[in-house]
Design a protein around this ligand. Sequence first.
Ligand SMILES: C[S@@+](CC[C@H](N)C(=O)[O-])C[C@H]1O[C@@H](n2cnc3c(N)ncnc32)[C@H](O)[C@@H]1O
Length: 226
Amino acid sequence: MPEVKRLSDGIFEVIKDKKQLATKNLDPGKTVYGEKLIAVEGVEYRTWDPRRSKLGAMVLKKFNIPLTKNSKVLYLGAASGTTVSHVSDIVSEGAVYAVEFAPRSMRDLIGLASRRKNIHPILADAGKPDSYSHLVEPVDLIFQDVAQPNQAEIAARNAVRFLKREGYLLLSIKARSIDTVAKPKEVFKAEVKKLEQAFEPRFEILNAKDLMPYHEDHLGVLAKLK
Ligand SMILES: C[S@@+](CC[C@H](N)C(=O)[O-])C[C@H]1O[C@@H](n2cnc3c(N)ncnc32)[C@H](O)[C@@H]1O
């Protein structure tokens, strides 16, 4: 019989044959991307694969993920909604504003949002927050996974527009999207420095770690507005 251990608000570990990350399924009986459903004491959980999710990897790398069931989240780079669906489970009474600019992914995301009322899909370029400012309320957390050369700048533009004063930024930085030849460590150092110094608003970095062994050459960053 599997057991469940709570890691933080809405995030669990299911202990069966081996430990698995999981969230409580907001849409019982349904899977989103081929993950497993596990019932424990009448509650259904969906397993969460850290190799398919930078946020999942950050949980396992002991980032303190500042999400609660009431959190409002701006999610930049939603793709087809793999990780968005887990955020939707976690912020069960909050909201996820999911921005994605690829129409094919947006179709999947709209399908997901039709079953999960806390997901608000937005077809837009995350680098142009003015184009969706009428659709998004002030948020407690911005999660960004866009794999673009100007990742830090995109984060700052959205933070100044949407992040509450005490809000958090969780960022996945992909070294190869910024510089294909430089050493990832050097790229990470420069990006963290940008977040701290280059833009208004400036960020205080609370945690920054690579996401190995789940994602190669990716840095996870947790930051707060200064
Ligand atoms: C690495 S994938 C995201 C995976 C997703 N976060 C997950 O865990 O399920 C990056 C996504 O960001 C999207 N993207 C890249 N640049 C973007 C931009 N400027 N605005 C909106 N979406 C963008 C891409 O189309 C792609 O779907």
